[in-house]
Ligand binder design. Structure first.
Ligand code: NI
Ligand code: MN
Length: 237
């Protein structure tokens, strides 16, 4: 039954799976090639894939997974259109401010401060567009996947979505680092924070336990630090 169960799995980097016992939602599936954690892309068959932006460390295995599992793939317009041109039949181009229904839930695309492009093996950049964050309503919870972003003041508006969970990058260098992620938590006021986009590569190594202590002492949010491959039961958390 929808709404009575929700599990969150972290595959490392920004790749998460939401499972409500009936449907599954895969976010930014950078699985093969992730130096920090190995997940066989064949092991997941999601109903829905949500992509925050076109960077290769977020699109990851999307094309292979979506074709095999016939997944719906929701992304910003240029990325969704490019995926459609690659033969992803479930590609659903959308854009900021819009809400899209998927099997078992909805997603609203929000702004994010970052860039967005996919790099082919010959070095060419394609699928230009701009990145998004996602407010996901699924399994009885509201989950904000920030994607890759800097801190921005409109997180105050996203807080009005009444977030149960925020998936926030803390790695610095390519996204906000721990100091700005702490300020983001203060604005977003989620019940639970799950840090991501750290320790995958040397430039984004971070002391995650320090981040957890600071957030839990300076805000009302709780932080759950997962090991890559780890599962958080959001039904009871
Ligand atoms: Ni990125
Ligand atoms: Mn990234």
């Amino acid at each position: 039954m929808k709404g009575i169960s929700l599990k969150l799995t972290w595959f490392g980097h920004s790749a998460f799976l939401l499972d409500d016992g009936e449907h599954t939602v895969l976010i930014d599936p950078f699985l093969s090639g992730n130096p920090a954690h190995q997940t066989d892309p064949e092991s997941v068959s999601p109903d829905t894939i949500l992509l925050t932006h076109a960077h290769n460390d977020h699109v990851g295995d999307t094309i292979d997974i979506a074709k095999r599992a016939n997944s719906q793939v929701i992304a910003t317009f240029e990325l969704g259109t490019w995926l459609s041109m690659q033969g992803v039949e479930g590609a659903t181009p959308a854009n900021h401010g819009g809400t899209v229904e998927f099997a078992g839930g909805t997603v609203k695309l929000t702004p994010a401060w970052h860039t967005s492009s996919y790099q082919l093996e010959d070095g060419t950049f394609v699928a230009p567009g701009i990145p998004a964050g996602m407010v996901i309503r699924f399994g009885g919870k509201t989950i904000y996947a920030a994607g890759d972003t800097a801190l921005f003041l409109d997180m105050q508006l996203i807080a009005e979505e009444q977030l149960d969970v925020a998936l926030l990058p803390i790695g610095d260098h390519f996204t906000m680092g721990p100091d700005d992620a702490l300020r983001a938590v203060s604005m977003l006021r989620p019940g639970i924070v799950v840090p991501c986009h750290y320790d995958t590569f040397p430039p984004i190594e971070q002391p995650v336990d320090t981040f957890r202590s600071r957030v839990e002492s300076e805000t009302a949010s709780r932080v759950f630090v997962l090991e890559p491959g780890g599962v958080l039961d959001l039904t009871t958390a």
